[in-house]
Design a binder for this molecule. Sequence first.
Ligand code: ATP
Length: 327
Amino acid sequence: MSIRVHNLTKYYGDQKAVDQISFEIQTGEVIGFLGPNGAGKSTTMKMMTGYMAPSDGTIYIEGVNVAEEPLTIKRKIGYLPENNPLYTDMPIIDYLHFCAEIQGVHRDAIKERIRQMIDLCGLDDEKHKYIHELSKGYRQRVGLAQSIIHDPDVLIFDEPTTGLDPNQIIEIRKLIKKLGEEKTVILSSHILSEVEATCDRILIINQGKIVADGTAESLRKQAEGEEILHVQLGTIAGESAEMGLRSLPTVASVEKLDKKTNYFKVSSEHGKTSRKAIFDLCVKNQWYLMELTPMETRLEDVFRNVTSQPGTKNREDYMQNTKMDIA
Ligand SMILES: Nc1ncnc2c1ncn2[C@@H]1O[C@H](COP(=O)(O)OP(=O)(O)OP(=O)(O)O)[C@@H](O)[C@H]1O
């Protein structure tokens, strides 16, 4: 089921929470909305599900305009909101039965559908419990089961693993991946490893805009050219070490990684290398060079580059030097 979002904008009062966002999603893609707190991920999702009207712009799901046919769209979409509220005084099965009814599942099919959901979402061991008796992870599984009980083609999950322990996170990720084999899935997160592990494509949202769009691999590639080195100098270099590294013309930034030792992360200007200059600096000052290790560009670096405040050096250089779809 393809999705087309064009110039989507949302104001809360004077605040522009979503700022002319446009993107397309093909049937069967698993997409991650990645962004810092307050970036506009939840607001975008709420508009896509028809639960919130945009201030401007359009959303088409399989050619259907969400604003014009919200009820049709709600049948096609499974939505798991952030902090999903559940009726905690109901047993799981009764609750799922209730959800199936209101989602319009045919009466004859409800029993079988609940059985499938219990199986798919790993609820078998707990199925006779009341929801208030469940752990957070199991409540989230009930939320997932509820959101997909009507067999929608598009699944929209807002921070599906928030508050879960590492084992539960792995279980829920597995489940999302499995669902993604047949459905179009959009999930939001501010956990990089999560989107990398689960999604085919990542949209990075910052301050209401899409600032990067691509696979984890392509985002990393586009950021290459930013040489990052881990550098350790002997203690003899003392306090001058940091200043010396900063003074090198090819060095863009220096971050101290360890308060007690001269251990630094050194980022070079885009497309430049600082290795020889660091070596020469050490020779000139007779400092011991204990480590000079090039680091692989990580998704964290991409994220930091595109979501740091406008005007900061890294971000400006990055935006200029990459061919990303930068809005
Ligand atoms: N109902 C609302 N009324 C007023 N402002 C809102 C409302 N909902 C969200 N906002 C504001 O809109 C901006 C975007 O919020 P949104 O919840 O979409 O971000 P998010 O990327 O989902 O953040 P998080 O990762 O923290 O959940 C924020 O500045 C937020 O304070």
